[in-house]
Write a protein that binds this ligand. Structure first.
Ligand code: GLP
Length: 262
């Protein structure tokens, strides 16, 4: 696992955007580059940077197919807290990408299991995901895979914990009851099947989760810890998120990464 420590959120975002753009630009296969994407506050800086690069002609999304991580169950697309809305508002509306290349789980489906099965099949039809970018919750959840979700889980329906509904209630008038109780989410196995996984971890409130992801044992209690078994996992983080790492771990990653450009 690589842990790339940047001074602050902006630098972390720029590093991650440059990394993603380099991967897309370096993709020479005769099939689209398949990119997994998250919502939340963590990736907003990356999206801003990728939009800028797209407008400057530094990266093209014409041959990129995207799959989003998750979606609330029961929220229509037009709801300003649906992840469909978030992704269009923060990214897709500002880049040139064919609409048919964008995949987001349908939270209004009347067949949630079927919707999830189709999603997995569609990912497989492209030959899998090349790079999955993610964020994590304060309890270490990756997508909506809450603590104790199987580390080999596939796309499916997830019940959200009270903690997550409280944390996410900041977007729902601070009322946890207004946060949907369920979501559709890719599984941990879906994410770790990707060739590369890039997870953004920023801020003091994620410090415990970062330490559990990097230094803790592999455990379904911290679903993000599954990344330790992945051969192409990168954590991009900021200084603030490093507060719970041991000094040795912190120094090790600064040392080992000091000559890496990307
Ligand atoms: C939600 C999403 C996750 C995201 C997490 C953290 O629960 N389902 O995919 O990683 O929030 O969000 P933030 O980046 O805003 O801290």
């Amino acid at each position: 696992m690589r842990v790339v420590i940047q001074d602050n959120y902006d630098k972390m975002s720029k590093w991650a955007a440059n990394y993603i753009a380099a991967k897309i630009n370096g993709h020479k296969e005769n099939r689209p580059f398949v990119l997994g994407l998250p919502t939340g506050s963590s990736p907003i800086g990356v999206y801003k940077e990728l939009i800028k690069m797209n407008k400057e002609g530094k990266v093209s999304f014409e041959n990129v197919v995207t799959f989003n991580m998750d979606e609330y169950l029961g929220l229509p697309r037009e709801h300003d807290q649906s992840y469909w809305y978030f992704m269009h508002d923060n990214f897709f509306d500002h880049i040139k990408i064919p609409a048919a290349n964008v995949n987001i789980l349908n939270g209004m489906t009347d067949d949630p299991e079927g919707e999830c099965e189709r999603y997995e099949k569609k990912i497989a039809s492209y030959g899998g995901i090349d790079l999955f970018m993610g964020g994590i919750g304060v309890d270490g959840h990756l997508a909506f895979n809450e603590p104790y979700t199987s580390l080999s889980s596939r796309t499916g329906v997830r019940n959200l914990t009270t903690d997550t509904r409280i944390v996410n209630s900041r977007f729902f008038g601070n009322d946890p009851e207004k946060v949907p109780a369920q979501a559709l989410s890719v599984g941990i196995g879906t994410v770790t099947d990707s060739k590369e996984v890039l997870v953004l971890i920023s801020g003091h409130n994620k410090a415990r989760a970062l330490a559990a992801t990097v230094e803790g044992g592999v455990s379904q209690k911290w679903t993000c810890s599954a990344l330790q078994l992945h051969n192409g996992a990168i954590i991009a983080c900021d200084e603030a998120a490093c507060g719970e790492l041991t000094v040795d771990t912190y120094k090790y990653f600064l040392d080992i990464e000091k000559n890496e450009r990307l």
